[in-house]
Design a protein around this ligand. Structure first.
Ligand SMILES: *Cc1c(COP(=O)(O)O)cnc(C)c1O
Length: 413
């Protein structure tokens, strides 16, 4: 008999988005003529920037040309892309990151999960609650947690750091020692950001405790406030304690195209069981070279175009478009009974306190029934998300305006 990875059996069934689909479909069976507006799933809606399309078309031509054809590329990504990333995303912001520390990949979802390959089994792991579910489930699969506790939907042996309105949706620094900490700023799902002082307190904590921060900056392009850091490496000392994940999914609309990257500084070290040290860069390099064969040449050329003069303008316009949707949502909700709104300023997500303290799923059903709008229940991101609700600005202007019209009418003060 073949045995299986039993850790998969610990995973919570009935995951958030399938449950949403189920409820929406049930509703549609009974109400087939409804014009639903979906402000739920975190996927972009606008097409790719013209500069990326042009670059990818040219790259397709290269592949048909004997003198320009490319076979396997470097597992770490093409040097021309890594250099542009290092320069534009880091060096221009004063971060001392070298192209060799950038690893191109097909997604941050994969990278945040795969990174666990290079860490041992006895680490104390902290996540925020609510959280991007990938961090939790990949740790469950890797056997880093105990079983789920049905009372609070939390896995044993994971350390949950609650984020709520009371702490401005940034986790308090733990008073116990943890080894790995997942941080996501601007945050999915709450839309919260971290200032320099706050990130500095995490870097100080990590340096004092020999911990590693796994910093997910997938929404970095949505930062509008001047003083908010875009990278953890803007904080002194972070090169000794942080890995950063970035993606072209949300800024350039690459969710279906797939390109991202992970920064592993060469200065990052961890201990072996016998007390010597290893460079994490070497381990990640080995992991990627062994299990990954790189991102398609065509897609990397598309990603490179994000850094061209026209690409920068077009990406900026895309981000501005979604941020304007977010601004409209915030502004309109503030004139209604749904006026406890957070996020949406440096983020495409608006995080809403449910009215009259009803549960996240009750509010989901109410919005679906009364105004035919689909959002995401906060409790799906963790038990501390109970009583909150995520509204996404990834949609057409028309849909956003129509959704707000309905909400203003129904939730009039
Ligand atoms: C969308 C998103 C990503 C990006 O994932 P890709 O696999 O690169 O598309 C990463 N982290 C968070 C929190 C996200 O919401």
């Amino acid at each position: 008999m073949v045995s299986i990875n039993e850790n998969y059996l610990k995973l919570k069934a009935g995951y958030l988005f399938p449950e949403i689909t189920k409820r929406v479909n049930t509703f549609l069976v009974a109400n087939s003529n409804t014009e639903l507006i979906k402000l739920g799933i975190g996927d972009v809606t606008e097409p790719l920037p013209e500069a990326c399309i042009k670059a990818m078309k040219n790259a397709v031509e290269d592949m048909g040309d004997h003198s320009k054809f490319k076979g396997y590329g470097p597992e770490q990504g093409y040097q021309w892309l890594r250099e542009k990333i290092a320069y534009y995303d880091f060096q221009l912001r004063g971060c001392d990151i070298d192209a060799s520390e950038i690893f191109i990949s097909d997604g941050s979802k994969c990278d945040t999960g795969n990174i666990l390959d290079i860490f041992g089994k006895n680490n104390k792991i902290a996540i925020t609650d609510p959280v991007y579910p990938v961090y939790v489930d990949t740790n469950v699969m890797a056997g880093n947690t105990g079983p789920i506790n049905v009372e609070n939907n939390r896995y044993d042996d994971l350390i949950y750091l609650p984020i709520k309105a009371e702490n401005n949706f940034v986790a308090n620094i733990p008073d116990v020692k943890v080894d790995l900490i997942y941080l996501c700023f601007p945050n999915n799902p709450t839309g919260a950001v971290a200032n320099k002082e706050y990130l500095k307190s995490w870097v100080d904590y990590a340096q004092a405790n020999n911990s590693i921060i796994l910093f997910d900056a997938a929404y970095e392009a949505f930062i509008t406030e001047e003083t908010i850091p875009h990278s953890i490496y803007e904080i002194e000392g972070a090169k000794n304690c942080a890995i950063e994940f970035r993606s072209f999914s949300k800024n350039a609309g690459f969710t279906g195209t797939r390109c991202a990257f992970t920064v592993v500084p060469k200065t990052l070290i961890a201990n072996t069981a016998n007390g010597s040290t290893v460079e994490l860069w070497k381990m990640w390099n080995r992991r990627q070279s062994t299990k990954f064969n790189g991102v398609s040449y065509i897609i990397q050329r598309g990603a490179e175009a994000v850094y061209s003069e026209e690409g920068k303008i077009q990406v900026n316009n895309l981000v501005k478009f979604y941020l304007e949707n977010a601004r409209i949502i915030r502004k309109q909700l503030n004139t209604t009974k749904l006026d406890k709104v957070y996020g949406g300023i440096n983020s495409p997500y608006i995080w809403l306190k449910t009215p009259e303290n009803i549960s996240s799923w009750e509010f989901f059903d109410e919005l679906l029934r009364t105004v035919n709008i689909v959002g995401t229940p906060g409790s799906g991101f963790g038990s501390s998300g109970e009583g909150y609700f995520r509204i996404s600005a990834f949609n057409s202007r028309e849909n956003v305006e129509e959704a707000m019209k309905r909400i203003k009418k129904h939730y009039k003060v």
